[in-house]
Write a protein that binds this ligand. Structure first.
Ligand code: INI
Length: 191
């Protein structure tokens, strides 16, 4: 307690303001009954946190297994602050689920780690369709909405974590600007 009175730690964190942010939603078509409400939830979260619907590009791919490849391409294409990956993998009678869900999770995590932009994970992995429906806008919320909010927080955190030399340069410009005004008035400024 005493330590905090003498020395306050610095906290760097994101916000939930999507104002000015550009997003890509990468969504799989497989299990569209579940994925479409996830997309709607993500858009709702972006708009309700101050973002613009026309600052969102929706990119669709066949299934969750393809999500990592497309997320990478979308990041390489540039022009966005955050990618929200959405899909639904539902367990069947064979081990296929484990391969698809595992590849989606590992691949998106690998793309995220290598990326300069925020990447969030909104891929449902459930045992049943009922569990997936519950998480796509019914009794267990909407994981698309949650993933979009995570993307907003991460993108704004990345802005706050911009390299120190860049923020120092911005601060120097900000301090110098007011000085230039009066100097110019007295005839000593830059012509
Ligand atoms: N894709 C999904 O997105 N969800 C699933 O539940 C699923 N299952 O269970 O098969 C699924 N399979 C397709 C896969 O993602 C690829 O599109 C396919 O294997 C072609 O590469």
């Amino acid at each position: 307690m005493g330590v905090y009175l003498r020395c306050m730690p610095q906290t760097i964190e994101g916000t939930l303001s999507a104002r000015g942010l550009r997003f890509a939603i990468v969504a799989s078509r497989f299990n569209g009954l579940i994925v479409e409400p996830l997309i709607a939830g993500a858009l709702d979260a972006i708009v309700r946190s101050g973002g613009e619907a026309d600052a969102v590009t929706i990119v669709r791919c066949p299934g969750a297994w393809e999500l990592p490849q497309v997320v990478r391409k979308v990041i390489d294409r540039g022009g966005i602050d955050a990618v929200i990956a959405l899909g639904a993998v539902i367990r069947g009678a064979t081990p296929h689920f484990d391969y698809v869900a595992g590849e989606a999770a590992h691949g998106i995590a690998a793309a995220a780690t290598a990326a300069d932009v925020a990447v969030s994970f909104g891929v449902l992995t459930t045992d049943t369709i009922e569990q997936a429906l519950e998480r796509a806008g019914t009794k267990a919320g909407n994981k698309g909405f949650d993933a979009a909010l995570a993307a907003v927080e991460l993108a704004t955190l990345f802005r706050a974590l911009a390299p120190a030399h860049r923020t120092a340069a911005a601060a120097a410009t900000a301090t110098l600007t007011p000085v230039a005004g009066p100097a110019r008035k007295r005839g000593r400024g830059v012509p």
